[in-house]
Design a protein around this ligand. Structure first.
Ligand code: FAD
Length: 480
């Protein structure tokens, strides 16, 4: 009996959509499923925010540069597409926080800014004595109200005081989301801190207990692997490897989805070239504003309109080694908001990722733009480069102009998980389930912004699609 194939359309070829296409195709092949896939991507390349420039022997990431090694889905996918031999850990080294024009080394034993060792915390010049005493209140303060979301700022300010938050925690945490910690949801960004507080009451005591002990000082540096991984050939090469494992006829690049409507049991997908594609199931792996626009007939997506995304830019500067007069031991620094700087962070990439830089050269990668301070992203390349260089010269002894600089703008790119994000999303997903059966959402706007989080969501969406088809008669036998 010939069975009519079910058609799954995946919209958006960033890492979430690519992952979904790859794992769905794998399921189809392994279980001989009567399903066909179409991955539709608006631009002419796949990978979304994963973009690498290879120039003069430098490997320069425009967007993400690495991922957390402990999030295993990325390594698993790398193995699937034959890229695991290209994985490389970062070099470990000192990192700094710039407060009031001065670089302070990160106090030993601090985890995401939370002190877990008393000695380095007492001796650091990062905080005043009253600031340190205030942080010690964490030992006696009660737990947060159980189950209630709150902002990261509210949580940490209450436990450790404003000074520790502003000089250490805010520059570290807000860097990940380019967000305002007084608006970002604790439960959707770092629920582990809430859990530690609920379990141990004191965050300092809890983080100490919950964290595996640091390697002993006597252990050689080579044995101390960095917590991050990337690909020697750049993150874009990972996207390309996934793409090369997906059947070319399943991929449609350079076509933007403009609108989606439902008729009977099927979906009509309208493209910008006037074509229409039908689908039985859809994985929308696009940013939330785009998803809302595609489903504009469905008002329950409207809350996405008020979820902001911050604009940022990365600026990579390549120098000859002699341009930097005094080497600072370490891999980079983050900048506190109370410093008169426009850059929010700088990685000494040639040290953190030695493979990225030819011998005799230096590669610095800076960030500009964060919640409430995004206008800089709209300046010209030359203006941004000048601002970044002026900032860097306040901290580092730079005597020559860069050989070249690459500015990468990411407009409205960092979704902000505001307080109540989980609940807001859950309500929307309830409506989707009810009114748009067979439609699933994946990607950075929803269940985590890190590249591995997006992979997890792509995989989960595939499971959801298969579950959905399982309930539909034609596929029942095949998918079981
Ligand atoms: P995207 O990569 O945004 O992909 C969405 C795709 O949908 C795009 O290709 C887009 O062209 C396409 N699309 C949009 N509209 C349509 C349409 N109408 N029709 C068809 N296609 C459409 N994470 C880390 O883990 N580590 C890092 O070091 C890190 N650094 C980062 C640095 C920067 C500067 C940025 C911006 C992000 C960083 N992130 C990092 C976060 C991470 O890169 C992203 O969250 C992740 O790559 C998003 O993947 P995605 O598939 O959800 O979305």
């Amino acid at each position: 009996m010939t069975e009519e194939k079910q058609k799954v359309v995946i919209i958006g070829g960033g890492i979430a959509g690519l992952t979904a296409a790859f794992y769905l195709q794998k399921q189809i092949h392994e279980h001989n499923l009567p399903i066909e896939i179409k991955l539709i991507e608006a631009s002419h390349r796949l990978g979304g925010k994963m973009q690498t420039v290879i120039r003069d022997g430098f490997i320069i990431e425009r967007g993400p540069d690495s991922f957390l090694a402990r999030k295993t889905s990325m390594v698993r996918l790398a193995k699937e597409v034959g890229m695991d031999d290209q994985l490389v850990h970062n070099s470990t080294g000192k990192s700094y926080v710039l407060v009031n024009e001065k670089l302070h080394s990160m106090p030993g034993g601090s985890i995401m800014g939370i002190p877990t060792q008393i000695g380095p915390f007492l001796t650091t010049g990062l905080f005043s004595i009253p600031g340190k005493l205030r942080a010690a209140a964490d030992f006696i303060l009660p737990r947060s109200e159980s189950g209630k979301d709150q902002s990261l700022g509210e949580f940490f300010r209450r436990r450790l005081g404003d000074e520790v938050v502003e000089n250490l925690i805010e520059p570290l945490l807000s860097g990940i989301y380019a967000g305002d910690i007084d608006q970002l949801s604790l439960m959707s960004t770092f629920p582990q801190f809430y859990e530690v507080e609920q379990k141990y009451r004191s965050l300092i005591v809890g983080m100490k207990k919950a964290t595996p002990s640091q390697p002993k000082k006597t252990e050689s540096k080579e044995n101390t692997k960095g917590a991050f991984l990337t690909f020697k050939t750049g993150l874009q090469s990972f996207a390309e490897a996934i793409e090369s494992n997906i059947a070319p006829e399943s991929i449609l690049k350079g076509h933007r989805v403009e609108k989606i409507t439902k008729s009977n049991q099927k979906y009509e997908i309208y493209l910008n070239n006037g074509e229409t594609i039908q689908a039985d199931s859809i994985i929308a792996a696009t940013p939330h504003q785009i998803t809302q626009g595609m489903f504009s007939d469905y008002r329950f997506f409207d809350p996405f309109k008020s979820v902001p995304s911050t604009s940022v830019a990365t600026v990579a500067l390549a120098f000859p080694k002699e341009a930097i007069k005094k080497d600072i031991d370490g891999t980079g620094f983050v900048v506190s908001r109370n410093s008169d700087y426009s850059i929010t962070a700088c990685t000494w990439t040639h040290k953190k990722w030695a493979h990225s830089t030819p011998k005799g050269k230096v590669l610095l990668r800076c960030y500009v733009g964060r919640a409430g301070d995004e206008t800089i992203v709209d300046l010209s390349d030359d203006q941004i480069i000048k601002i970044v260089l002026d900032d860097l010269k306040k901290t580092m002894d730079i005597t020559l102009n860069p050989d070249f600089a690459i500015v990468s703008r990411w407009k409205n790119s960092m979704p902000q998980y505001m307080v109540g994000h989980k609940q807001r999303l859950a309500t929307i997903l309830e409506h989707v389930k009810e009114e748009l059966p067979g439609v699933f959402l994946a990607g950075a706007s929803y269940g985590g912004v890190g590249v591995p989080d997006c992979i997890d969501q792509g995989e989960a969406a595939v499971q959801n699609v298969l579950e959905y088809f399982k309930k539909k008669t034609p596929l029942k036998e095949a998918v079981q």
